[in-house]
Structure formats: structure tokens, C-alpha cells
Design a binder for this molecule. Structure first.
Ligand SMILES: [Zn+2]
Length: 127
């Protein structure tokens, strides 16, 4: 899970404010205004669907990435990357699942994301 501090126009604040954008993998989970707490993001059904598609893609590409890494940097792969992945990856996955589940459960279903941060791919009214 990655978090980025970005400047965006906030509709309730009426001006540009700092926002925290949270991603799991390649999926934008939420954007939260640091001043007023306004939260926007994809509707729950779309969030879960995009996350599962992204996860499927990441999992399917993982063996190839690991193989290439092992071929190019065998020592670093077996001494650092592999042990680190075996220790850290399960906890990272649990954190991603918890973030998606919490966000999907607590985000209003019928609320469309704000226009100012809506990517062109988000449908306006998915329930
Ligand atoms: Zn705000």
C-alpha cells in the first residue's frame, strides 16, 4: 500500500488543499482532504472489482519477475529479495485486504466521486 501527499482542489474547502491519496497495488483506494476530511474514491463494488483484477495481474506476473530477478542478480535475490518477500509479503497482503474491506464497507454506495479528482475511467453511478 502506498500513500502520496498531493495538492488538489477540495470542493467543500473551496480551495487547493493537501490530500492523502492511498493506493493498493495500482488501484486508487481513496483521496482524503487533510483539512476537512472529505473522502472520495471509486464506489465499493468498483473498488473491489478493480482491486481483484489488479491483484490477479500482479500475481500472474510475479513468477516471471522473480525468475528475471534471480537470473540477473542471483546473490541479491537469494540473500535479500526472497527472504524479505517471504517475511513481508504476507503482512503486506493482509494490510491490502484490510484496507479494501474497510474502505468498501464504510464508503457510501450511491455517492459518486467528486468531479475534481474523478479519473476518466470511473463510471459516475456504479452501485
Ligand atoms: Zn477539504
Amino acid at each position: 500500500m502506498d500513500k502520496y501527499l498531493v495538492l488538489l482542489d477540495c470542493v467543500p474547502c473551496g480551495t487547493e488543499r493537501s490530500h492523502m491519496a492511498t493506493y493498493t497495488g495500482n488501484v486508487l483506494v481513496s483521496v482524503v482532504c487533510a483539512t476537512c476530511g472529505e473522502t472520495v474514491g471509486p464506489p465499493p463494488a468498483l473498488l473491489v472489482r478493480e482491486y481483484l483484477q489488479d491483484l490477479e495481474g500482479r500475481v500472474s506476473r510475479k513468477p516471471g519477475r522473480m525468475f528475471r530477478s534471480a537470473m540477473h542478480h542471483p546473490l541479491g535475490f537469494f540473500l535479500y529479495q526472497l527472504p524479505r518477500g517471504l517475511i513481508c509479503k504476507p503482512a503486506e497482503m493482509v494490510q491490502e485486504f484490510e484496507t479494501i474491506a474497510y474502505t468498501a464497507r464504510h464508503r457510501p454506495v450511491n455517492r459518486a466521486p467528486a468531479e475534481s479528482v474523478t479519473p476518466a475511467t470511473w463510471p459516475a453511478n456504479i452501485s
